[in-house]
Design a protein around this ligand. Structure first.
Ligand SMILES: NC(=O)c1ccc[n+]([C@@H]2O[C@H](COP(=O)([O-])OP(=O)(O)OC[C@H]3O[C@@H](n4cnc5c(N)ncnc54)[C@H](O)[C@@H]3O)[C@@H](O)[C@H]2O)c1
Length: 370
C-alpha cells in the first residue's frame, strides 16, 4: 500500500485552538497529542464494536506508554445516544474515581464522539477530550467542531453543548473494517460539504471505490482533509451556529426528520442524502437552483443508490410533523439551507437558513415521489 504522509490543519475558536491530523497508522501522533494534555489517567470511551476491534488494544498500548487507562463502552448504535448512556458512563467514571487529572478519548463513530464529548463537557464541569474517529462519517464531519450531545424522544441532538476537543487524530487505517454502506454513509457528508462549498472536490469522490476505499489512500486522505478544512473554516467563523455554520445543515432539515421516522435505523448519511434530494428540489421550485443543477445533484446521489422512490416510506405529512420538532424551527417556521448552484448556497440579508412554506415542501415531495 502506498505510504502517505500525515496532513495537518488547526481549528482556532474563541477559547481554544486544536490540531487535526489526517493520515495512516497515527499511534505516535496520538501519543504526542495525549502527552500535550499532561494528564495521568485516560478514559477511552468506545461502543461494543470499537471496543472489540480497537479499544482494548489501544488501552494496552497506552498503558505501556505510562498512563493509567480504563475502557468504558456502551452498546453500538444511534439508539444508545441518550441520557441513560451518558448517566451510565458518568457513573462508571465516578465509581472508578476519575478526578480532574483525566483525559477522555472518544474512540468510535459519530455516536461515540457525540456521547463521549458530552460526557467530557459535563463530567466535573468539564474535562478535556480527544477525538479519535473510526468511521468515515466521524472523520469527515462529526469529530470536528465541538458539537456534542444526545437524542431525545422529541428529536435528534436536542440536548448538548459546544465543547471543542483538544485534538482530532483521524487514522485512515480504521476504515479497513467498515462496510461499503458505512463508507458511503461518510462519503455523503463529504459530498454535502463539496456541494455547498467546493464543487471542484466532487470529482475526487468519483475517484473512490466505496467497496475498496483504501485501494486509493491518497484520494481518501484528500477527501477527509478537504472536508475537514471546509468544516474548520466554517466553525472558525461561527463556532456556535449563529448563522454561517448553518451551511453545514444542508440536507439536514428533512434528513433529521427521515432519520427520526426511520426509528434511527437509517444511517445518518443516508438520511441526509434524502434531505439533499428534497432540499435541492425546494431550491429549484423557489427559482434559486437551475433545473439542470438540481438534476445533477439527483444524479450524484443515484450513484450511491439514493433515489426518490426511497422517500415513499416517509410520507410528507409525517415528515412535516417531524420537522416541526427539530431545532431548525424558529418561531414555528422550519428553516432550510438552499443551494444556489453546485458549490454555493443561497444567502439573503446575510442569512444562511431560510423559512420555506410547507406547501413548497409538499410540492417538492410530490414532484419527486411520483
Ligand atoms: N457532532 C457533529 O457535528 C455531528 C455531525 C454529523 C453527524 N453527527 C452524528 O454522528 C452520528 C452518526 O455517526 P456514524 O455514522 O459514525 O455512526 P456510529 O457511530 O453509530 O457508527 C456506525 C457503526 O459503525 C461501527 N463502527 C465504528 N467504527 C468502526 C470501524 N472502524 N469498523 C467497523 N465498524 C465500526 C459502530 O460501532 C456503529 O455500529 C449521528 O448520531 C449523527 O447525529 C454528529
Amino acid at each position: 500500500m502506498a505510504r502517505i504522509s500525515p496532513r495537518r490543519l488547526s481549528v482556532r475558536v474563541k477559547n481554544s485552538s486544536y490540531p487535526i491530523v489526517v493520515g495512516m497508522h497515527l499511534e505516535k501522533e496520538l501519543v504526542k497529542a495525549l502527552r500535550r494534555q499532561g494528564k495521568r489517567r485516560i478514559a477511552i470511551i468506545a461502543d461494543t464494536t470499537t471496543r472489540r476491534l480497537f479499544a482494548d488494544r489501544l488501552g494496552r498500548f497506552l498503558k505501556k506508554e505510562g498512563w493509567s487507562v480504563e475502557v468504558i463502552h456502551f452498546q453500538s448504535g444511534e439508539k444508545s445516544k441518550n441520557q441513560n448512556t451518558v448517566a451510565r458512563v458518568q457513573e462508571k467514571l465516578l465509581r472508578k474515581k476519575f478526578d480532574r487529572d483525566t483525559l477522555v478519548v472518544a474512540l468510535g463513530g459519530g455516536v461515540v464522539g457525540d456521547v463521549a464529548g458530552y460526557v467530557a463537557a459535563t463530567y466535573l464541569r468539564g474535562v478535556p477530550y480527544i477525538q479519535v474517529p473510526t468511521t468515515l462519517l466521524a472523520m469527515v464531519d462529526s469529530s470536528v467542531g465541538g458539537k456534542v450531545g444526545i437524542d431525545t424522544k422529541y428529536g435528534k441532538n436536542m440536548i448538548g453543548a459546544f465543547y471543542q476537543p483538544r485534538a482530532v487524530v483521524a487514522d485512515l487505517a480504521f476504515i479497513s473494517s467498515l462496510s461499503k454502506q458505512q463508507v458511503v454513509n461518510g462519503l455523503i457528508e463529504a459530498v454535502k460539504k463539496f456541494m455547498t462549498s467546493e464543487e471542484r472536490s466532487l470529482s475526487l469522490v468519483e475517484k473512490l471505490d466505496p467497496a475498496h476505499p483504501l485501494g486509493n489512500p491518497r484520494v481518501l486522505q484528500e477527501i477527509v482533509y478537504r472536508s475537514v478544512r471546509i468544516k474548520a473554516r466554517v466553525v472558525m467563523k461561527d463556532e456556535e451556529e449563529k448563522n454561517e455554520r448553518k451551511i453545514l445543515n444542508f440536507g439536514h432539515t428533512i434528513g433529521h426528520a427521515v432519520e427520526f421516522l426511520s426509528g434511527y435505523t437509517l444511517p445518518h448519511g443516508f438520511a441526509v442524502a434524502y434531505g439533499i434530494l428534497v432540499e435541492s428540489k425546494i431550491s429549484e421550485l423557489l427559482g434559486i437552483l437551475s433545473p439542470r443543477e438540481s438534476a445533477t445533484v439527483a444524479a450524484y446521489l443515484r450513484r450511491f443508490g439514493i433515489t426518490a422512490s426511497g422517500l415513499k416510506k416517509y410520507p410528507v405529512a409525517r415528515i412535516l410533523r417531524a420537522v416541526k420538532g427539530d431545532k431548525k424551527v424558529r418561531s414555528g417556521v422550519a428553516h432550510y439551507v438552499l443551494l444556489r448552484r453546485l458549490g454555493s448556497v443561497y444567502t439573503k440579508g446575510g442569512q444562511y437558513a431560510h423559512p420555506v412554506p410547507e406547501r413548497i415542501v409538499r410540492r417538492a415531495y410530490k414532484l419527486l415521489v411520483k
